[in-house]
Design a protein around this ligand. Structure first.
Ligand code: MRU
Length: 370
């Protein structure tokens, strides 16, 4: 089996027996547990509570959440297609409320709703199909989104691998098989470079406060046999100054039209440090993460999460009771710090407006052909 066609050891999400099975990423690496979602409501809760996280994984989970909602709504609105469509809009709005920053969630819900509307208009003899076949069509689209994500990540890996020089690669958060349907975006580039024989060594930053780097990225990289060293976030400047890092690579939750990158809190600091040390700063992002409707990162809603993520570690209090806490989950890296953005259609370099618009146009053309 080739490097690419071999499925990862972990499958973040899986549709099985009419339900969505998710690896509970809150428990890793100490416990491997699965959460089963049987309704759209349960899927929204799983996204909100970080059972499933990472922009592309959230998008695919939301698409399956819509499929679960459609099955239930089709039973309740058996012959009432208009009522069914209204109910699906409501379910979509509910899923979109789960987390505000990663655009993939909105992209996936809007995509399945568009397919649903088109299918509702396309019945034989001008008659609208009943809800049951529409719900089936929606599930098909959710499978399509999941399959596409796997292929997209392989392509990102192929385009990005040649950019990584031999030596240290600093990676932030988790962008691997756990954060996507399979393989990963930035971690996919790392996997592809390793598979191509480039001698790389990953410095995985722990990613306070949720510890995606320490808990998830190191867990994935160890399974893949890729040389890895865990560092705390505040060691980044030191390892760069020591010449231990040849490139930095991260994923994204949203990239705006001007090339600003919204990603896990701490990304901006790494980008500034990389520039100071003359180290290239790469972002791996599928087209589903590009949001050209927004001019710049200033327009993106940055999620603020529960203060307990900061005051507690694994349920144990580490800060005094009553202290004020600020817990933004993401930050904005201005485009001027980004060396290149690696998409499934190729590597985009500044000026980003043109390059990003071109890859989005390519994606639209391909979608229209399909
Ligand atoms: O809060 P999270 O864990 O969902 O944040 C994840 C990130 O910021 C990732 O870097 C991003 O989603 C890209 S994952 C391919």
């Amino acid at each position: 089996m080739s490097h690419e066609t071999r499925k990862s050891a972990v499958q973040t999400l899986e549709w099985r027996d009419g339900a969505l099975y998710l690896i509970d990423q809150r428990q890793l690496p100490l416990r491997f547990e699965t959460v089963v979602c049987r309704t759209a409501e349960e899927t929204a809760a799983a996204i909100r509570d970080m059972v499933v996280r990472g922009a592309p994984a959230i998008g695919a989970a939301a698409a399956y959440g819509m499929a679960l909602g459609a099955r239930d709504a089709a039973a309740r609105f058996a012959d009432d297609t208009a009522g069914f469509l209204d109910e699906m809009e409501r379910i979509g709005a509910h899923l979109k409320q789960a987390r505000p920053t990663a655009v993939n969630l909105f992209w996936a819900v809007d995509r399945v709703l568009a397919v649903l509307r088109a299918a509702a208009q396309g019945g034989a003899g001008g008659h609208s199909p009943t809800p049951a076949p529409l719900a089936e069509r929606l599930l098909e689209e959710a499978h399509r989104i999941a399959d596409e994500d796997r292929r997209v990540n392989y392509a990102i890996g192929r385009h990005g691998a040649p950019l990584l020089e031999p030596g240290g690669v600093l990676h932030h958060c988790n962008t691997g098989a756990l954060a996507t349907v399979d393989y990963g975006t930035a971690l996919g580039v790392i996997r592809a470079a390793h598979a191509a024989g480039t001698p790389i060594h990953v410095y995985a930053s722990e990613t306070r406060p949720f510890l995606q780097g320490a808990r998830l990225t190191t867990w994935e990289l160890l399974q893949e046999g890729i040389p890895t060293t865990l560092i705390t976030d505040n060691m980044a400047a030191h390892v760069m100054a020591k010449g231990m890092v040849k490139s930095v690579i991260v994923g994204a939750d949203r990239v705006t039209a001007n090339g600003d990158v919204v990603n896990k809190i701490g990304t901006y600091g790494l980008a500034v440090l990389a520039k100071e040390h003359g180290i290239p700063f790469y972002v791996a992002a599928p087209v589903s993460t590009l949001d050209l409707s927004l001019k710049s990162g200033d327009e993106v809603v940055i999620e603020e999460r529960d203060p307990r993520e900061v005051t507690h570690v694994q349920g144990r209090r580490i800060a005094p009771e009553g202290v004020n806490v600020y817990n933004p989950a993401f930050d904005v890296t201005p485009a001027r710090y980004v060396t290149a953005i690696i998409t499934e259609y190729g590597v985009v370099r500044p000026p980003y407006e043109e390059g990003l618009a071109a890859v989005v146009a390519m994606a639209k053309k391909e979608a229209n052909r399909a």
